[in-house]
Design a protein around this ligand. Structure first.
Ligand SMILES: [Mg+2]
Length: 372
């Protein structure tokens, strides 16, 4: 049976944030959180959902998809790649198309995509800069909630202050939790022109972090500094994690061929969709690298990356953005009927609901805006 796309709607929503969220990687305090929803309507009456990139300007390209058979996913991904090259990252559309296919097959996407497992360990990905005493107390609470791993952000003016947080957390949790550290040097928010670390700086920090048994050091250099990352990786015992916003499939090839990384972190709702995500997972498997998708967005994007991670069975930890009160599941997943929660043993567990398995909240209209 052929199912054809009849229309595509792009809707924008915004949630006011009071108290605001102070993202460590942003030079501006965040007082609202925006989410874009892509709806793919079909002649079978099935509607698929995707979210991630903001999809600005997509209307002019809708005709490239309307009337097409949803099952030609590699064709759709190729078309989206041409748009990503010339315009923007319209990858949430690819996820919405897959949501249709999952619903049509009456299978959750993780089963359609490989079905290795229905659960993936989550790591608690913090987002703010907190002092050592506050952070170590919070991490104890995260552990009580089930988390077996936590990610700490580095972005104080003085790197000693960041290292003090890592030291305090390690002292508090001992060997009971893994600790990841995110240097956030890979890219900058719009308007932020601060230069990233260079190899020497990153190596100084890495040498310090080696004392604390850090599981990985994330984005210690600019996102396409393949040779620098390789040099750093050879010089430190820490795993190097990269790739969260790399836009080109060729970047992942370079990470592997130049020996730049131990952990690859594609995010399928902002780069390459499921099509690229699966190829990167295969690269990781073939080259003995960790596959740990990035997912700092809303719950729909989290679910898309979770289905891929579960399907492949090679993801030791999936990112779970969580840093209350600034960043809570209720805020992060405000477009969904229910927030995505972690089990008491720290796993993200998928249900047998078809497709992405998400339900939008009934009163979503109240958050709708023209542009976020
Ligand atoms: Mg990161």
């Amino acid at each position: 049976m052929t199912i054809c796309i009849t229309d595509i709607h792009v809707r924008h929503f915004a949630l006011p944030l009071e108290p605001p969220f102070r993202a460590s990687w942003d030079h501006q305090v965040r007082t609202r959180f925006s989410a874009t929803l892509v709806e793919v309507h079909t002649d079978a009456g099935i509607v698929g959902y995707g979210s991630g990139d903001s999809m600005y300007g997509f209307e002019q390209f809708k005709h490239l998809f309307v009337g097409q058979d949803v099952s030609q996913t590699e064709r759709h991904s190729d078309v989206l790649a041409t748009l990503a090259f010339h315009y923007a990252r319209y990858w949430p559309l690819e996820i919405a198309i897959w949501d249709v296919l999952g619903k049509a097959a009456n299978l959750p996407l993780f089963r359609l995509w490989g079905g290795h497992s229905h659960r993936v360990p989550a790591y608690c990905s913090t987002g703010e800069l907190h002092d050592p005493v506050q952070r170590k107390e919070e991490v104890l609470r995260f552990r009580e909630q089930g988390f077996r791993a936590v990610k700490i952000r580095m972005r104080h003016e003085e790197v000693r202050r960041d290292l003090a947080v890592v030291a305090a957390v390690r002292e508090e949790v001992g060997e009971t939790m893994e600790i990841m550290v995110d240097a956030n040097q890979g890219w900058r928010m719009p308007g932020d022109t601060r230069r990233p670390w260079d190899v020497k700086r990153a190596l100084q920090v890495a040498r310090e972090l080696e004392h604390y048994g850090v599981y990985w050091l994330e984005e210690p250099l600019e996102h396409a500094n393949f040779a620098g990352l390789a040099e750093l990786r050879r010089a430190t015992s820490l795993r190097i994690a990269v790739g969260e916003l790399n836009r080109s499939p060729a970047d992942f090839r370079e990470f592997v061929s130049q020996g730049s990384a131990d952990v690859l972190q594609p995010d399928i709702v902002v780069c390459g969709g499921f099509s690229l995500g699966l190829k990167v997972a295969h690269l990781c498997e073939q080259h003995g690298l960790r596959f740990c998708p990035h997912t700092w967005g809303n719950g729909l994007g989290l679910m898309a990356n979770l289905h891929l991670a579960a399907a492949t069975g090679i993801c030791p930890f999936l990112e779970y953005p969580f840093d209350p009160p600034g960043w809570t599941p209720e805020r992060r997943d405000f477009i969904l009927a229910d927030p995505v929660l972690v089990s008491k043993d720290g796993d993200l567990v998928l249900s047998e609901q078809p497709g992405l398995g998400v339900t939008l909240r009934e009163d979503l209209e109240q958050f709708e805006v023209q542009y976020p």
